[in-house]
Design a protein around this ligand. Structure first.
Ligand code: G3P
Length: 217
């Protein structure tokens, strides 16, 4: 399973990259705003900065919600850097835009996906990635992980190549469950990746090994 980090914070992206397990980055307008990145030029520059830190795919989201606007913005984003994947919302014009980009070998990430039907449409249109938001489904008492399982089943039934990118991942258990189900990618905060490191028996065991070593040296 690929690990993406879901942030526009350059320090956290560097930290995940330095760990050696990072496969890409996802961002969205809210994450950009959280880092105080505003204005079109600053946002575009920030995407390039992110691409220069990581080796993998970097999702950059369009703001337009009409077909022509999404095409114009998406082409501009794709031209920024070869690692950019154009992030398009799951709306009617978005599906058309995904198809347009697929026909031109421009990679896309279909975002704001909350149902298996939406994921099926995204795959039919030729999205590179589909992003079901599991945490936000959990927030409204709906099983987000079950959606990942449904999409996995549907994509496997027909050999769709669209990669399932579990998004709105909040914690390590989301990561582990996505791995068990067979999500292709997960994107979450740095804490959801670093949390996988932690086990008290590891810390206790290491402390004892070092203490025993010191006794004999
Ligand atoms: O990748 C989607 C993500 O940014 C949304 O996460 O935690 O705001 O639901 P969250």
């Amino acid at each position: 399973m690929k690990f993406f980090i879901d942030t526009a914070n350059l320090e956290q992206i560097k930290e995940a990259q330095d760990l050696g397990v990072l496969d890409g980055v996802t961002t969205n307008p809210s994450l950009m705003a959280k880092e105080g990145i505003t204005g079109r030029n600053n946002i575009l520059k920030h995407y390039v900065d992110i691409c220069n830190i990581v080796d993998g795919d970097v999702s950059a989201e369009v703001i337009a919600t009409d077909f022509e606007g999404m095409i114009k913005e998406g082409e501009e984003l794709a031209d920024l850097h070869e690692q950019i994947v154009v992030k398009i919302p799951m709306i009617k014009d978005g599906v058309k835009a995904i198809k347009y980009f697929a026909d031109r070998d421009i990679r896309t990430n279909c975002t704001l996906v909350f149902s298996a039907g939406q994921a099926l449409l995204a795959a039919k249109a030729g999205a590179t990635y589909v992003s079901p938001f599991i945490g936000r489904l959990d927030d409204i008492s709906t099983d987000g992980l079950n959606l990942i399982a449904e999409i996995r089943l549907i994509y496997d039934n027909y050999g769709f190549e669209t990669q399932i990118l579990a998004a709105s991942v909040r914690h390590t258990m989301h990561v582990l469950e996505c791995a068990k189900i067979g999500s292709d990618v997960m994107t979450g905060p740095l804490s959801s990746i670093e949390g996988l490191l932690k086990h008290p028996l590891t810390d206790i065991g290491l402390e004892k090994f070092l203490a025993d070593y010191k006794k004999g040296n």
